[in-house]
Design a protein around this ligand. Structure first.
Ligand code: GYE
Length: 306
């Protein structure tokens, strides 16, 4: 392999930064908006994007990263499907002198020199925000509150962290009980199916906490099919705030959404350019986010872009 900077990219010598990006898949509305953000900002930043969709499989991501190394792209970015198991391939990128940017999700590698920076949300904080809303909503009440939880993809950082943050907040009051918790794979289809089984197995469900909007939206279908009113008979908290989620929130079918922004493209392009130029970048770039009640959702729904 050739030089370690400048003309070593595969962009055909027109000086464009070549960015290899390995995406998780297309499991949710969030993911679709994230992909669009990355593709559009690459185009407007003059970055040549090599985009690869892993269809939810870690082995595909590892293959894609190895391909990017062989092609000698300038920068590699990826959104890890799961947290564990990246050390070997990240070491290969490091040995090839190709900087890596973690996008959206973290890895659990102990050696932080394996990547330059990590841009994305604080998922533990998101889980805590969900729990805090619940605690507040049930203030002054003493009856047991039965919660069912739809988890994201097993092993994914947002699934692990949203579960942990939520559990950490609700454990302060023993009236809150998570009576069932299962993965819904971050998809509508699985969210619906798993909610159906929850409804059959659980005599009393007061609250659903879903790790993303899509699973919550699938669950709403199951709840309605069971003759119950989502948002009233069963309170629903979700994470993301994509347009379909915000619509359901404004209709009162969801009670609270913790925002997680998928619009990481512009910052990613900026970081990729800095990293290529050898500038130092912060180890962690946090996304700014808020929360939404039904009233707040109504107010912003028309301008919501994704
Ligand atoms: O919340 C979910 C998606 O990693 C933050 O992945 C992302 C999560 C997002 O499938 O909808």
């Amino acid at each position: 392999c050739g030089g370690d900077d400048g003309d070593s990219g595969s962009g055909g010598g027109d000086g464009k930064l070549v960015l290899g990006f390995s995406q998780v898949g297309a499991e949710s509305g969030w993911r679709t908006a994230n992909t669009k953000s990355i593709q559009e900002s690459a185009a407007s930043a003059g970055v040549e994007l090599k985009f690869s969709d892993a269809q939810g499989k870690q082995e595909n991501q590892i293959k894609a990263i190895r391909n990017f190394i062989t092609q000698r792209v300038d920068v590699i970015a990826f959104s890890p499907v799961v947290e564990s198991g990246w050390d070997t391939v990240l070491k290969e990128a490091k040995d090839a002198n190709i900087p890596v940017i973690l996008t959206d999700r973290a890895v659990d590698s102990q050696d932080t020199s394996l990547y330059k920076t990590f841009i994305g949300s604080d998922f533990v904080l998101e889980g805590k925000k969900a729990g805090e809303w619940l605690v507040k909503d049930y203030t002054g009440k003493t009856d047991p509150v039965n919660i069912v939880e739809l988890q994201g993809t097993p092993g994914a950082a947002p699934a692990n962290d949203r579960k942990a943050g939520f559990a950490d907040v609700i454990k302060a009051d023993p009236k809150f009980k998570v009576v069932a918790s299962q993965t819904g794979q971050f998809t509508r289809t699985d969210g619906k199916q798993v909610m159906e089984t929850f409804l059959k197995a659980q005599p009393k469900i007061d609250v659903l906490y879903a790790h993303n909007d899509d699973m919550g939206l699938g669950a709403i279908e199951a709840i309605e099919a069971a003759g119950k009113k989502p948002g009233t008979d069963i309170k629903i908290i979700t994470v993301d705030a994509v347009k379909d989620g915000m619509t359901a929130l404004s209709e009162g079918k969801i009670n609270y959404i913790v925002e997680c922004s998928p619009l990481l493209g512009p910052q990613l392009m900026d970081l990729a350019k800095k990293v290529k130029a050898g500038e130092t970048v912060p180890q962690r770039v946090l996304t700014e986010e808020t929360t939404f009640t039904p009233e707040q959702a109504k107010a912003v729904l028309a301008e919501r872009k994704y």
